[in-house]
Design a protein around this ligand. Structure first.
Ligand code: EPS
Length: 385
């Protein structure tokens, strides 16, 4: 991200998470309560483990905001880990007299094995702490800042879960993103269809009882984009490339598609492409469908952007898989940690955050200004819908 730059720091059981965002224009209204709303949404979902009962994620604004408005300076956020009280010695930044025994049985599917080899570690905890999805709490907090900017510019972003394990929500809702979130947030698995929701809950409960985990798919929708965010001129400027990289970076994501994605390959071109038709008032053009998901030639085409993603089942299992002890070379069973059973509902919220961050970056690239008023003026002068 070139215009809205951000970084996170923090370990899962360390003191907390830090985030810094640079490039947000001055004058964007933002409050800790608004950030907390998205953080709360990320913590929900049937299938979360005991950790979520401990944490009450809330980001404290450390810099960049005064009297409810951004200053144009870097925004700094801190989310303290409530669980830190239980880990102060085990995760102390200073040497301790009684270090805990090292974790030596890598979990298949986690960062454990590749991480210890890469960083030359002998204790898997030195890898798993940062590769934990705990880090995504800060992404959601930073995403809430981007979401506020987008909201001021008429762009909304929502999500829903479309499948968990073998249960598919076949609903094809004609909903704007805000309505989609309203309905999804009322479901314990963030899906639209009530029967599918109950079946998903039952499947997750079964997996929890079995000490197993489940994956699934979700969809993120962004509406209100003008033409031309992103660019066809270089590969790394294409909006589709930027969105897929961002969503693919979420822990556990194994696939990303746009619009009807892979299913579209089973259609002829004539049944795939979205015909250009006059608007109802006859004053402009719109599309008869949106199979491609709002991006053509690497640019937004003023239709809703639709990003879908597939998440693998969580690799930490109470019924562990085979592994080999890195200290002794002896075969054993993978390390067991307290864990979640299914986090697809949370991943959908994280997906929204990543999409907000990328679209805000692309928007500042095209219409950038030092203040919100300037960005609005630049859009009013040249944005095409
Ligand atoms: C995670 C393991 C669990 C999850 C955690 C991700 O944490 P713990 O080991 O403390 O029980 O709850 O997710 C979060 C803490 C979070 O905020 O989403 C893992 O191994 O990746």
């Amino acid at each position: 991200m070139r215009y809205l730059r951000w970084l996170t720091s923090g370990e899962s059981h360390g003191k907390g998470l830090l985030g810094i965002m640079d490039g947000l224009p001055a004058g964007v209204p933002i409050s800790e309560d608004e950030i907390a709303t998205d953080l709360r949404r990320r913590q929900q979902g049937h299938g979360r483990g005991k950790r979520m009962a401990i944490e009450r994620d809330r980001a404290e604004i450390y810099g960049g905001v005064r009297h409810g408005l951004t200053l144009g300076s870097p925004v700094g956020l801190i989310i303290p880990n409530k669980d830190w009280v239980n880990w102060q010695s085990k995760m102390s930044s200073s040497p301790v007299d009684d270090p805990p025994p090292p974790v030596t049985l890598p979990r298949p599917g986690h960062a454990d094995l590749a991480g210890i080899k890469k960083y030359g570690q002998t204790d898997i905890r030195n890898v798993l702490e940062r590769s934990s999805a705990r880090e995504t709490a800060m992404r959601v907090a930073l995403g809430a800042l981007a979401r506020k900017l987008l909201l001021e510019l008429g762009i909304t972003v929502g999500s829903r879960v479309t499948s968990i394990h073998e249960i598919v929500d076949t609903a094809t809702p004609e909903m704007d993103p805000v309505k989609m979130n309203e309905v999804a947030d009322a479901s314990p698995v963030r899906c639209i269809d009530e029967a599918a929701s109950s079946a998903m809950v039952a499947a997750i409960t079964q997996a929890m009882e079995d000490g197993d985990s489940l994956g699934g798919t979700f969809e993120v929708v962004a509406a209100g984009l003008p033409y031309g965010l992103g660019s066809p001129m270089q590969w790394d400027l294409k909006l589709k490339a930027r969105l897929s990289a961002a969503v693919m970076s979420i822990n556990g994501i194994e696939g990303v598609e746009m619009g009807i994605g892979f299913a579209g390959t089973r259609r002829e071109g004539s049944a795939f492409h979205d015909e250009i038709v006059p608007t109802d008032d006859g004053e402009g053009v719109t599309r008869a469908s949106n199979h491609v998901g709002g991006i053509e030639g690497g640019m937004s085409n003023a239709q809703p952007v639709i990003v879908r993603a597939a998440m693998k089942p969580i690799p930490t299992l109470r019924k562990p898989l085979r592994s080999v002890d890195i200290a002794t070379g002896e075969p054993g069973l993978a390390h067991k940690e307290r864990t979640d059973s299914c986090v697809v509902p949370a991943a959908a919220v994280i997906g929204e955050s990543m999409v907000c961050l990328v679209i805000a970056d692309a928007l500042l690239e095209k219409f950038g200004g030092d203040s919100l008023d300037q960005v609005k003026a630049h859009m009013a002068a040249s944005a095409q819908y």
